[in-house]
Structure formats: C-alpha cells, structure tokens
Write a protein that binds this ligand. Structure first.
Ligand SMILES: [Fe+2]
Ligand SMILES: [Fe+2]
Length: 317
C-alpha cells in the first residue's frame, strides 16, 4: 500500500487520502498544548533524573549540584508526556515526515544554522544560560577529549540541530521527548506508558498488536519512529556521516531501546551491532553539560575544518 493509501485519523477511523493531510487539518493545538514545558531543557533535566551519571568523582558531584537532581518531577514534564503519548500517532508521524523530509523550508550556511538554532532561548533555567550551541560544543568537546574519531565529534556538534523544528512552530512534544516506534504496540518501558491509553493507535487492532505493521526482527530502518529532532537531523545528515554516526543521531532519544532493551523483537543484527555506538554517544549528550562555556575563539579553527571536511556548504531545513 502506498503512503498515499489508507491512514487512520485521530478517532481511529479508516479514511482514504489522495494526498497526505497536514496535522493542522486534524487538530489545532492551544498554546499550552504546544509548549507545556517552560523550555526544551526541562525534558533533558528529567532524562538526567531517570539516568543519573554513575561515577562518583568530585567532578560529578559538582555537576549534580549544578543540575539540581532533587527537584521533584514537575507537572509540566508529566503534561508534556501526556501530550506526546496522546498525539504521536502513526498518522501524525506520516504527516510530519511528509511536511519536513522534503527539506524545502530554508537553506543556510552551516554556521548560520547554529545561529538560527540559538533563537531557541531558554530563559527559565536557574542554573545556566548556556545556549543550544554551547550544549552542542560541550558534547563535541567531551567526545574529542576522549580521542574518538572526528566524525563522532561532528555528531556531537550536530546532534540537536533538529530542534529547529520548534522554530517552525512544532509543539515541544513533536521535537523532544523519548522516541518510540509507531504502528505497533507501545512498550511499557517507554516513560509514562500509562498515557499511551490516550493514543488512538492503542485502540486500533493493527497498531496495538505487538508487531503491528512490522515483521519480526525487520530492523529499525524499516520501523517508523515517533516524530522529533532525532529523525529530522538524521535525515538532514544521512549523506554526510558514517553509519555509526547516523545511528547516534537517529536513536539518541530512543531510551526504551538503548537504555531499557525494549523492542528487541523489531531490531536485527545490524541494529545490535550499531547499538554499541548509540550507547557510546549517550553519556556525552547527557553528562557533558557544564556551567563553563567553551572557548569558541580557540576552538573555531578546528571546527571550521571539521565542518568543511564532512558537510556541504549549506544545510537544508
Ligand atoms: Fe537530542
Ligand atoms: Fe543533546
């Protein structure tokens, strides 16, 4: 069946389309539904609470204090996941893929793209005013300091570029949040699994079955993931980086897989081989945040040559 074929609407009713609908035709979201979090960083702070760094060095203690782990789970995070799990349906994901994966919205030089991303300002975090670019640079510098290949350093630098989706008006829950397969049963290893009861796909006989649209061990490349910054940046970079780097980009928020071991029945041997790279990357993303901003003037020549080595002159969004 073609992509223009039969889709389900939010009520789980069969409909036929000649053309994929924009989600806005299905539901319009209020401002509080678009931005339940005070900033995207609130999601990442919650991930850190779930997966705290294991080592107990003085440096880690310092970082923990900085991140304030003691804060109770905020209602905003819960509401964020309620919205994410309710509205990330197979139909929703197809409409977003159709809209964004043509890359016809904007085109700009790579370094302008970082400035564009930095328009996402976090004015809520009491601990830090590090911007998006500084998080990217801290991640890439931590990877470089450990002597990993230069393409992995570039993964660190680019991994959250997909967050520009917010600047195109996407709701926070369609940009960040743990990702999960759509078109098959939801795993209870995904955070807040109880909210999947609100997802119309969970009432659909096909989408709610274990395999859903997929075959046993079909490989993640054949599985559609919930929509967000991971898939978007993977598609953006897929001609420019080696396979392990692409897995790091595409699945870095798929915690149910790389941290919890869920969905093993969908992965194949190639995914299992690539999992070690996804796991290698994750701590650099989670644990490299530091109140000290990197010295960009000193670092600039290295990153300019790195970007020139792997990336085209412009990035398409
Ligand atoms: Fe990310
Ligand atoms: Fe990140």
């Amino acid at each position: 069946m073609s992509i223009q074929g039969i889709l389900f609407d939010l009520n789980g009713t069969f409909r036929k389309f000649n053309k994929l609908p924009a989600m806005s035709n299905l539901k319009t979201f209020t401002q509080s539904e678009i931005a339940p979090l005070s900033s995207l960083d609130e999601w990442e702070e919650d991930v850190l609470k779930r997966y705290p760094e294991q080592e107990s060095s003085a440096k880690t203690k310092e970082k923990k204090a900085f991140r304030n782990y003691e804060t109770p789970v905020r209602d905003t995070v819960r509401e964020f996941y309620r919205l994410n799990h309710t509205y990330q349906t197979f139909d929703f994901v197809q409409s977003k893929r159709n809209e964004y994966l043509q890359f016809g919205k904007r085109e700009m030089p790579v370094w302008d793209a970082f400035q564009f991303l930095n328009q996402l300002v976090d004015d809520s975090d009491p601990d830090t005013d590090l911007d998006q670019f500084q998080h990217l640079l801290q991640t890439s510098e931590a990877i470089r300091a450990d002597g990993h290949p230069d393409w992995m350093v570039l993964v660190g630098l680019m991994h959250d570029m997909g967050k520009v989706l917010c600047l195109f008006g996407e709701p926070q829950w369609a940009v960040v949040g743990d990702t999960f397969p759509v078109g098959c049963a939801h795993s209870d290893k995904v955070v807040y699994p109880e909210f999947f009861d609100l997802n119309p796909d969970s009432k659909n006989p096909v989408f709610s079955s274990d395999l859903g649209l997929y075959k046993h061990n079909c490989g993640l490349r054949n599985v559609t993931m919930s929509w967000g910054h991971d898939e978007y940046v993977y598609q953006m970079m897929k001609e420019s980086l080696p396979e392990p780097g692409l897995y790091m980009l595409r699945y870095h928020s798929f915690y149910a897989w790389h941290r919890e071991g869920a969905y093993d029945y969908l992965v194949d041997d190639h995914d299992r081989e690539m999992l070690k790279w996804v796991k290698l990357f994750n701590p650099y993303d989670l644990y490299s945040k530091n109140p000290e901003p990197p010295d960009w003037t000193r670092l600039k020549p290295y990153y300019e040559q790195l970007v020139n080595k792997y990336l085209p002159a412009t990035i398409k969004f």
